[in-house]
Design a protein around this ligand. Structure first.
Ligand code: TXA
Ligand code: MG
Length: 317
């Protein structure tokens, strides 16, 4: 694999000091690098470099209309790229660094390649908490566009092996820091003039946002798909998926939860945060099993359970 990548390095590197320095050098040279965050592994590139951003789209096989999240080291860097009103500032102060992405009005003249926003007047910004992504952001001084590090439409990666399996030698460098702690993609909130919208449920719950802002979310109309992550069939395994299954057929791999043991259990004690952290790994394993199809036990819809069920519905669509 090492021979087919432009940097001539082994694709998987430990996320230690040397690995982080190599990632910074590669990013400054306009290459893509797969980097862990607390949600999922991202495929990062310099957001200001159009050629580097084009490499993300090419590597993922991503449709052009799907804009990217830009990762920033802190709130100050974010304010150079987008306009923050009072609500946006409160959300950032409360939930950054962390698994929350804010969709905000793009700052005119912001140093961001146009392919990052796919021509929208808004930009999606996230300040991640993972120490490895933070170190890369701080040391490089770059803002990094990074979608999940999987081929477009596939299951998001929560381990370095998932990235290697999905993107193979097309990732010149992959920093391995073990499994992601949250395991589901960030919550995406759009801050509009007249309120806020939940574009993608995630580890920061809608209830926590509503409690902070003191107002319920505005409805999201399906007619205008601004976040193609919201397309019905996203995160799809290659096999049919059946939800809310207390039992499984003999040709189904059963993903259990709580007392429903299954072939694999997301959390024997019924802990939803643990289930979220393990969900994509379990889907990857189910997809790789020798069974024809996948059945998944019912998951309570409370708290982060809402985000788990959102991803499961898309996996089953
Ligand atoms: O946890 C995460 O958010 C991971 C890590 C790597 O940060 N990233 C991630 O990126 O999930 P991606 O590309 O798989 O999903 C980004 C979502 C897409 O659904 C995209 O359509 C939406 O963000 N998005 C990006 N910019 C947007 C904008 N200006 N308005 C609305 N949606 C936007
Ligand atoms: Mg994705």
């Amino acid at each position: 694999m090492a021979g087919s990548n432009p940097l001539g390095q082994s694709p998987i590197a430990k996320a230690d000091d040397a690995g982080i320095d190599a990632a910074v050098d590669a990013l400054r040279a306009g290459h893509v690098v797969a980097i862990p965050t607390e949600t999922v592994y991202g495929l990062a590139a310099d957001a200001s470099n159009a050629e580097a951003v084009a490499r993300i789209y090419r590597t993922k096989g991503r449709p052009d209309f799907n804009p990217l999240i830009v990762h920033v080291p802190d709130h100050a860097a974010a304010e150079t790229l987008a306009r923050f009103d009072d609500r946006a500032s409160r959300l950032a102060a409360r939930f950054w660094p962390g698994p929350l992405t804010l969709v905000l009005p793009l700052m005119p003249g912001a140093p961001v390649a146009s392919a990052v926003t796919a021509g929208l007047a808004t930009i999606a910004l996230r300040c991640p908490a993972h120490p490895v992504m933070q170190a890369v952001l701080q040391r490089s001084g770059l803002c990094l566009a990074a979608p999940s590090a999987n081929r477009s439409g596939g299951i998001s990666p929560t381990r370095a092996e998932h990235v290697a399996h999905s993107l193979g030698a097309d990732t010149p460098l992959l920093l391995d820091a073990g499994p992601c702690s949250a395991g589901l993609e960030s919550t995406i909130v759009a801050v509009r003039e007249n309120g806020w919208q939940l574009l993608r449920p995630g580890p920061v719950t809608a209830a926590a946002i509503e409690a902070l802002l003191g107002e319920p979310p505005l409805p999201v109309t399906e007619a205008k798909i601004e976040a193609p992550g919201q397309l019905a069939s996203h995160y799809a395994p290659t096999k049919p998926v059946r939800l809310n299954s207390e039992t499984a057929q003999s040709d189904e791999w059963h993903i259990g939860f709580g007392a429903i043991a299954g072939d694999d259990n997301l959390s024997p004690h019924g802990d939803l945060a643990m289930a979220a952290a393990r969900l994509f790994d379990a889907l990857h394993r189910a997809d790789a099993s020798d069974r024809r199809a996948i059945a998944v036990a019912p998951i309570p819809d409370q708290g982060i359970g809402a985000a788990i069920n959102d991803r499961l519905r898309r996996a089953a669509a």
